[in-house]
Design a protein around this ligand. Structure first.
Ligand code: NAD
Length: 307
């Protein structure tokens, strides 16, 4: 049984050594394809693979078509919009992510982004403190919960909204106010930290109206995905409200225009870096191999995303 680790942007050596060791111990073969030059190289490598581990690499119907033995694909990370789930399902291939493994890295980035914007992007001048400010967490999943905890530790008043987390006791237990809707959350938050997944429902769902409802001087922090933002609405809101700010880990299509028009009120990391820590890299890689071993040995499909 062969696991192919195919990463255009490689895991660390510590991660791949650990991954190979877990596979070996379970009696599975592990092959590594890094920095591959084209999809054709990936297609050739996947031809005899029973399992595939990727990072942000695109697993398209074309790639799946070139992998006749494939039974499981694991995205080492949280977001799995790079996997063609319909194509996996059509072939009976189990698709998984490794939720929670990079959450702390993303949460730390989200907090640092708030401080960066509050301090004029670390340029001279009087900034603000985030302590005492209202933090709204949009989606209370793995990342959102950690951001909430860190926000509280920094003295922020934390609220959260998640349509699928409806038990008030969960929020109360974390010392977090449960907002009744996204609209209510945005209207009452000096900072909103965005953690919604990209789905048909969330694509383009954050735009003009939500942004315009935010309090004076508010900042939207996006470590989720660019696709959830309605960029035309964002542009219009930043244009009309000279107090609003936007910082993102995923550069918008209109990044150049936003930077030129709005200066220090906008910032995008040069490359997505939320999960780019040595710790997250290792955690996600090891979890991916463990999930594959559990799937082959015991049929465990706990983290399947294409049910
Ligand atoms: P998660 O699956 O643990 O949590 C997602 C939460 O979103 C869940 O609680 C779910 O109930 C909620 N949700 C689903 N649909 C929603 C909707 N329509 N409105 C509001 N909430 C909704 O995921 P996570 O690990 O917290 O990660 C969140 C997102 O962050 C991922 O989907 C991914 O796109 C992004 N991410 C980015 C990086 C990065 O490098 N910047 C790294 C990891 C994750």
């Amino acid at each position: 049984m062969k696991i192919l680790i195919a990463t255009e942007k490689p895991f660390s050596k510590q991660a791949t050594d650990g991954m190979a060791a877990i596979a070996r111990e379970a009696g599975l073969e592990c092959a590594l394809l890094e920095k591959y030059a084209s999809v054709d190289v990936l297609k050739a490598a996947v031809a005899d693979a029973d399992a595939l581990i990727v990072r942000s690499d695109k697993v398209t119907a074309d790639v799946i078509g070139a992998a006749p033995k494939l039974r499981i694909v694991v995205r080492a990370g949280a977001g799995y919009d790079n996997l063609d789930l319909a194509a996996c399902t059509a072939r009976g291939i189990v698709a998984m992510n490794t939720p929670g493994q990079n959450s702390n890295a993303v949460a730390e980035l989200a907090i640092s982004m708030m401080i960066f914007m509050a301090r004029n992007q670390f340029t001279p001048g009087t900034g603000h403190e985030i302590s005492g400010k209202r933090l709204g967490i949009h989606a209370y999943g793995n990342v959102g919960r950690i951001v909430a905890r860190y926000g509280r530790a920094l003295g922020m008043e934390v609220s959260a909204y998640d349509p699928f987390v409806t038990d008030p006791a969960i929020f109360a237990g974390d010392g977090v106010r449960m907002a009744s809707s996204a609209a209510e959350l945005y209207a009452n938050s000096d900072y909103v930290s965005l953690h919604i997944p990209t789905t048909a429902e969330t694509k383009g769902s954050i735009g003009y109206e939500l942004l315009m409802s935010m309090p004076q001087g508010a900042t939207l922090v996006n470590t989720a995905r660019k696709e959830v933002i309605d960029e035309a609405g964002l542009m219009r809101a930043l244009d009309e409200r000279t107090d609003l700010k936007y910082i993102t880990d995923i550069a918008p299509d209109t990044a150049a225009e936003l930077a030129e028009k709005f200066g220090k009120r906008f910032f995008a990391t040069p490359k997505k870096m939320g999960a780019e820590t040595a710790e997250a890299n290792v955690n996600a890689g090891l979890a991916a191999v463990r999930q594959i071993v559990a799937f082959f040995k015991e049929g465990v499909t706990k983290f399947q995303v294409n049910r």
